[in-house]
Every structure is written in C-alpha cells, then in structure tokens.
Design a protein around this ligand. Sequence first.
Ligand code: 13P
Length: 283
Amino acid sequence: MSYVNMEKILKNARQGGYAVGAFNIVNEMTAKASVEAAEALNAPIILQTSVKTVKQFGISEMMGFLKPIVKNAAVDVAIHLDHSTDVDFTLACIEGGWSSVMYDGSKLPLKDNIQNTKAVVEAAHKKGVTVEGELGAIVGVEDDIVVKEGESALADPKDCKVYLEATGIDAFAPAIGTAHGLYKGEVKIDYDLFKKIESFSPCPLVLHGGTGLSTDTFKRLIDLGAAKVNISTAIKIAYCSGMGEYTKMHPDQNDPLKLDAFVKDKVKEVVLKHIKLFTLLEC
Ligand code: 13P
C-alpha cells in the first residue's frame, strides 16, 4: 500500500471501532517482523522509533533502512517518532522523512508545552507530517524519560481543552493512569476521564503503556475511542528473551542468521497478538 502519516489510518480506526498498533521497533529486523505481522492481518501499522533508537543509528541511516521496508509493504505504514522532548530533534526527524512525530512537552508548564507543540505542528503540517501531543504524566520509564510513581498526574480536562484548541495536533495522549514498562499490582485507569476527554477532543486519542493491559481493558478503551495503542516493552522482552531462548537451545551454534530468524518470529508473534486484540479479532 503506501507510506502514510497517522491521519487517515487513525480516522478509519476510530470510525471502524478498532485501534492501530504502534510498535517500538529497535532495528531493521524488528521493523520487518512488525510489517510482516501487519501484512498477515491486512492491518495498517505504525512503526514507532524512540529518540534513543534514532540517535543510536542516526536520522538518515535509520530512515535509509526503514524506507524500503515501508515502500514494499502490502499495508499502510506510518513511521512515528515517540516521546521526543526536544523541539530541534523533532524538527530534524520531520526533515529526515518521518511521517509522524510525537512532541512530548508534558513535563513543561502548559504555556511552554503549547508554544513548543505549536512550533512542531506548524513545521510538520507544511510537510504533511502528523503530530501527537501529551498532557499529564505517564508513570514509568520510556527511553530516557522517567516519571516516578509519586510524580504521575492524570491529564486535567480543562488543560486538555486549552491545549487541543491552541495546538491543532493530530493525535492526543492524555495520561489516564496507564504506565510505561511492566505493571506492578493493580492498574488504575480513569475510564471516565478518558471518555470525557474523548467527548471534546477534535483528534483521535492515543493509549500509552500498552504492554500488560488486559484484553478487557483494551476493548473498553478502544470502545471509548482509543485509536492508537503503543506497545514497546513487550517487543523488547520478546527480542531479549528470544535471544536467550535460542542460545540456550543451541549453545554450540554460532549462526547469527538463524538466531535472527528465531528472534524475528518471536517479535512477530507479539505484534500479531496485539494487532488481533486491537482489531478485536481475538486474543
Ligand atoms: P509499554 O512499554 O508499556 O508498552 O508502553 C509503550 C509506550 O507507550 C511507548 O510510548
């Protein structure tokens, strides 16, 4: 199909009552595994890149290996920058070919967050790039952003209204109680808050902290309007534990290609499972 931004795929998802999975890939192999999973289910997909991952490869090098995968894909694919707190780096990725970016100014005072987000939106929209924004503080560790338990804050609906009207973003991630990383204990999600924000949001809502949420939670939030769901930790776990599993099974084998193929299948399984959940096929 084609290389797209998030506009059409999230709009279709909202109208169709499903969500698009956004998977944090870490290299070419995980990108291929994710796209192959999406192709197998004929579903659109968002390949999400953390700032740390992009910096590890370099902007043009990373786009250099992602573009061919996306161009040859049989489904719509967006390449999205996740949680960028740096305006200049976000602008560099827009120039570098990303079709979508998240500018995360959630740790800033509202006024500054709005100002920075507006600057990103202005540059992005000139190039047909979509922008995701965030309000509140999503607990946990994502990339180099750490929000401790005591620093978590749900999004304030009043602030959300002001932010959404002022910035013109294309997708919005309000903090509603989900967390990055693995959940410890009970997950306390404010469904009413999510419903309230969805009722006035001009753009689709994004659910962060997807790893470890139950099928019921996904279904409930997708029913309430979540159009994009982020999965990162589950990919990292599949990758690392897949490596461990393979080397344990084959301690005397030194064939990186076989190891890669094994790990790729493990990552693909995770992506398949989540896309099925988000399109409400089955678990
Ligand atoms: P998890 O690591 O909990 O899957 O969260 C991913 C995420 O929200 C990335 O922004």
